[in-house]
Design a protein around this ligand. Structure first.
Ligand code: UDX
Ligand code: UDX
Length: 459
């Protein structure tokens, strides 16, 4: 088949894979190829067992693969062939040197820029898809301008706003698509090329074009604002636990104000996931590097409150267990950073488990999807940990249940049966406020929700 433009995506991860699958589905006139240095991942993308699970993804890949969607390891050849190159390689937080623990590690990013330069002929549009510090395009242009042949590049920024578990829905019906470019003739022309892709299925008024730096910064700010809402409500949950106010009632009351809105106001053990902490620290680092210390401190508090929430949660557990968890069995309900995913990156479960092991508790961890990752995350950790697919077995003979992930499965369990097989007093800590606390209390449990008075029989 003769295609119009050829699109390439470098990086077949959580972002690159689903995004390109949807573009291929909606734009049959484009040839879409995804490459990755990880050959095994590409093999999986070409098989029936895709490397990531997202509802709806399988069907879309099956429809488009081999028609206009291709997965390949021929990075050089594909770069040469492409008109438009999306870059979606990972940009983890630096673990060494200047900015360690704060700034993003851009080594893969720079390596990719050099690879593009080496293998390119003619003119190409480079699209930043990975989340990057504002002004990264300048660095990329710095590399791309060192070319010695006739190739020329225009860098455009098109950040991704998809959340895990709803990635396909977010791609099919986005709130908005953001495209940033230089406000020059060639920059605007390049942006228009990217608008043309999305206009195949996204209403024009939802496609926002901005200057390059606004687009880069908007992505960080969007995640910072979302995380900030969670830290705000979590900070108030601490106050609720002291005053007999109820955080769920407060979330509902304030969320009914349309100016505030009701989303992202669920108090929890804290936010996790690969993006929030990384992006906020990235924002903090940028602010600091421009000498904007107050701005940096303001956003850093969002991360600090998130850590405080997790510390508070553990302290409450130990405190309620008469200040000792030594040799007590505790069932951990959920290890994923949120429900409907097996992803455990930055999951609060890791911190909570580590702290409870330090208290010498005996842990039994259950999760419908995340046990494989949990095993890897906790490998080599000192202490007694069991992994148990069956939550009833995990809770058998336990002194306490600690619920960390808001899986629906946990709502549907027979807590009467669970209670009968636990040691007494049987404690339950609901880190997501998803259980029916009053019913649990009447079954005999001592119940400790987040941001609500505890319901206890003894004290
Ligand atoms: C990535 C970035 O981490 C994130 O900052 C951004 O918001 C979107 O893109 P994600 O897709 O979740 O997010 O990352 P990941 O699933 O780790 O995928 C990145 C892929 O890039 C990996 O498959 C990796 O093998 C590949 N890669 C990395 C390359 O192909 N070339 C490289 O040089 C480095
Ligand atoms: C997030 C952003 O939503 C997405 O737009 C961006 O592209 C990537 O980062 P994701 O990390 O997949 O997506 O998950 P999200 O649903 O945003 O949840 C993040 C964390 O916040 C989870 O740990 C979740 O449990 C927690 N959360 C969310 C709360 O604690 N309370 C809430 O009210 C909402």
């Amino acid at each position: 088949m003769n295609f119009g433009k050829k699109i390439l995506c470098i990086g077949a991860g959580y972002v690159g894979g689903p995004t390109m699958a949807v573009i291929a589905l909606k734009c049959p006139q484009y040839k879409v190829t995804v490459v990755d240095i990880n050959e095994d991942k590409i093999r999986q993308w070409n098989s029936d067992q895709l490397p990531i699970y997202e509802p709806g993804l399988d069907g879309i890949v099956k429809k488009a693969r081999g028609l206009n969607l291709f997965f390949s390891t021929d990075i050089k050849g594909c770069i040469k062939d492409a008109d438009i190159i999306f870059v979606s390689v990972n940009t983890p937080t630096k673990t060494f040197g200047l900015g360690a623990g704060m700034a993003p590690d851009l080594q893969y990013w720079e390596k990719t820029a050099r690879e593009i330069l080496e293998s390119s002929e003619g003119s190409k549009i480079i699209v930043e898809k990975s989340t990057l510090p504002v002004k990264t395009a300048q660095a990329m242009e710095g590399i791309l301008k060192t070319n010695e042949n006739d190739s020329c590049f225009e860098v455009v920024c098109n950040p991704e706003f998809l959340a895990e578990g709803t990635a396909i829905q977010d791609l099919l019906e986005p709130d908005r698509v953001l495209i940033g470019s230089h406000q020059t003739d060639s920059g605007l022309k390049a942006a228009e090329e990217i608008v043309k892709i999305y206009a195949n299925w996204v209403p024009k008024e939802k496609i926002i074009t901005t200057n390059l730096w606004s687009s880069e910064l908007s992505k960080l700010v969007a995640n910072a604002f979302l995380a900030q809402r969670i830290s705000s409500i979590n900070s108030i949950s601490a106050l609720c636990e002291k005053t007999e106010a109820d955080i769920s009632e407060i979330s509902f009351a304030i969320g009914s104000d349309r100016r505030i809105g009701s989303k992202f106001l669920n108090a929890s053990v804290g936010f996790g996931g690969s993006c929030f902490k990384k992006d906020i620290l990235n924002l903090v680092y940028i602010a600091e590097s421009y000498g904007l210390d107050e701005v940096a401190e303001y956003w850093e508090m969002v991360v600090k409150i998130n850590e405080y929430q997790q510390e508070r949660f553990v302290a409450r557990i130990v405190n309620a267990m008469f200040n000792t968890a030594v040799d007590k069995k505790i069932a951990i309900f959920g290890f994923a950073f949120k429900a409907n995913t097996g992803d455990t990156r930055e999951s609060p479960a890791k911190y909570i488990v580590k702290k409870l092991l330090e208290e010498k508790a005996i842990l039994s961890i259950t999760d419908p999807q995340a046990l494989t990752n949990a095993r890897m995350d906790l490998a080599g950790m000192d202490g007694q940990i069991a992994f148990e697919a069956d939550p009833y077995k995990a809770a058998n003979e336990a002194s306490a249940i600690v619920l960390i992930t808001e899986w629906d499965e946990f709502k549907r369990l027979d807590y009467d049966m669970i209670y009968k097989k636990m040691r007494k007093p049987a404690l339950i800590f609901d880190g997501r406020n998803i259980l029916d606390h009053q019913t649990l209390f009447s079954l005999g449990f001592d119940v400790y929700p987040i941001g609500k008075p505890s319901l206890t029989h003894s004290h």
